[in-house]
Design a protein around this ligand. Structure first.
Ligand SMILES: [Zn+2]
Length: 236
């Protein structure tokens, strides 16, 4: 763990968390609904996408501190793990995207294509640049295979258990597979397994405390991302 990088990541995460408030608020709409353009309190048109507050009534968008704390924690862990390596940009990008996607999935149970699909070329380009700079072609090759493998495995699961995993989970699994695959096949398997373990632990806890019933659906995106981060930070 590089302490200086971790502190820098935590500080950057607070700023990035503020900037994520606007996009997460606008994209937290049920599937098929239009992206939100109006303030929930006064109904005025919102200013730019990265503005965290309504321009009219100055109300903050989203719950206070949640995105800031999540982004700070994720970036502190990832920069602490990869600080100084060319691949840090790829993992930091996926970390920030993951915070936004996790928040939207918790709010409205979906992972918008609008975020997952454009992330593929960006993540592949960042991993490709890191492979070129640090001469790690084999890692890039394994990352690409890992992305295909995890997306393929989730596609089979989604087809076998419709309603539990959706298309958004398949696309997110491909992104997580790219990052996990860069680190090795054992990291990929560990990350995916930890996602299911986290989901099971939280589901059982919520069932036991009666905050969930057996017929409730639970969003899997945050668990997939949490498992991936635990595996990424814990290995090596
Ligand atoms: Zn307002």
């Amino acid at each position: 763990m590089h302490t200086g990088w971790a502190i820098a990541g935590g500080m950057a995460g607070i700023v990035i968390g503020v900037l994520l408030r606007g996009p997460v608020f606008r994209l937290s709409v049920p599937s098929g609904d239009r992206v939100r353009h109006d303030c929930a309190r006064c109904g005025a048109s919102l200013p730019g996408w990265l503005s965290p507050r309504c321009g009219q009534c100055r109300a903050w968008l989203g719950a206070p501190g949640v995105l800031e704390l999540a982004a700070a924690a994720v970036l502190a862990l990832l920069l602490g793990r990869f600080g100084g390596q060319p691949v840090v940009a790829a993992f930091a990008f996926l970390g920030v995207l993951g915070v936004a996607l996790g928040a939207i999935d918790i709010a409205v149970h979906r992972l918008p294509n609008w975020l997952t699909l454009p992330a593929y070329p960006v993540l592949v380009a960042l991993l490709g640049a890191a492979a070129l700079i640090s001469d790690r072609g084999a890692d890039l090759e394994r990352a690409l295979l890992g992305g295909c493998a995890l997306a393929g495995a989730f596609l089979i699961l989604a087809l076998l258990r419709p309603g539990q995993l959706g298309g958004g989970d398949v696309k997110l699994a491909g992104l997580a597979g790219l990052a996990l695959g860069w680190l090795g096949w054992h990291t990929l398997i560990l990350g995916a397994a930890l996602g299911f373990v986290l989901c099971a632990v939280v589901s059982v806890t919520l069932l036991a405390t009666r905050r969930l019933t057996l017929s409730s659906s639970i969003c899997f995106g945050p668990f997939l991302l949490g498992g991936a981060i635990l595996a990424i930070v814990g290995v090596g």
